[in-house]
Design a protein around this ligand. Structure first.
Ligand SMILES: [Zn+2]
Length: 246
């Protein structure tokens, strides 16, 4: 294929835009801010789960304390009823002995329940402190996650800006190139996944960094300036300039 030597040189501006766009796409894929968001989100999830566990523990202990309070109340009421019966003087000697026994037993039961309640109250206090700590941790993690998302969104916005600029420049560069040469460039670009042309500099293809020598070098050297020559190694159009070393 033949193409004007100067039109071939215009391919380099197009290739430069493709390199820039490729770098931006790579940056978007490997953005460290993405990893930071994931790490912050993971940490936030863990702390939220810890807060839920702490809440459950507090609720369970509160329920247990309430149950014990109910039990203590029942025992107290029973003792008061017994005391009332004793005070009324309307019970037999046998009933009086039974009531006194029961009251002793109730008093022991009450002490026992109150001890348990005290112990539970201590556990509850510890659990409530742990819950407050967990909530603080969760709030910090949420703020950190928001911050990380903001940084990532800023970085993505930067990349989007750069991409838009380079796409516009690419469109302009492409408009200056004859259709058949551009079509060949695009076909090669699809194959290489990057650019369709590269400058030949000091006998080295700048697309794949392979130096030309021997027969290949001779072919390029002897080719008409308007002949489109390609790199044997990567297939790119080799653009010859004053620095090609030919
Ligand atoms: Zn090459």
């Amino acid at each position: 294929m033949k193409a004007d030597h100067f039109d071939q040189q215009k391919l380099l501006a197009l290739a430069a835009e493709d390199v820039a766009l490729g770098q931006l796409a790579h940056r978007r894929r490997t953005l460290p801010e993405n990893a930071a968001v994931e790490a912050a989100a993971e940490s936030e999830r863990e702390l939220a789960a810890a807060a839920v566990r702490a809440e459950t523990e507090v609720r369970d202990l509160q329920r247990e304390v309430k149950r014990l309070e109910g039990d203590v109340e029942t025992v107290r009421a029973r003792a008061a009823r017994d005391q009332g019966l004793l005070d009324s003087g309307s019970v037999s000697a046998k009933q009086m002995t039974d009531l006194q026994h029961e009251m002793q037993s109730l008093a022991r039961r009450q002490t026992d329940l109150e001890d348990q309640e005290l112990e539970l109250m201590e556990q509850l206090e510890t659990a409530e402190a742990a819950l407050a700590e967990a909530r603080r941790g969760q709030e910090t993690a949420q703020a950190e996650l928001e911050r990380a998302r903001k940084l990532r969104d800023d970085a993505l916005a930067d990349i989007a800006d750069g991409t838009a600029q380079h796409e516009a420049a690419r469109t302009e560069a492409a408009a200056r190139i004859p259709a058949d040469l551009l079509a060949l460039y695009e076909r090669i670009r699809t194959q290489t996944g990057g650019t369709g042309a590269a400058v030949l500099k000091a006998r080295q293809c700048q697309g794949c960094r392979i130096e030309l020598f021997g027969k290949e070098l001779a072919t390029v050297r002897n080719a008409d300036p308007h002949e489109v020559v390609r790199c044997d190694n990567c297939g790119r159009i080799l653009v010859r300039t004053a620095e090609s070393g030919l």
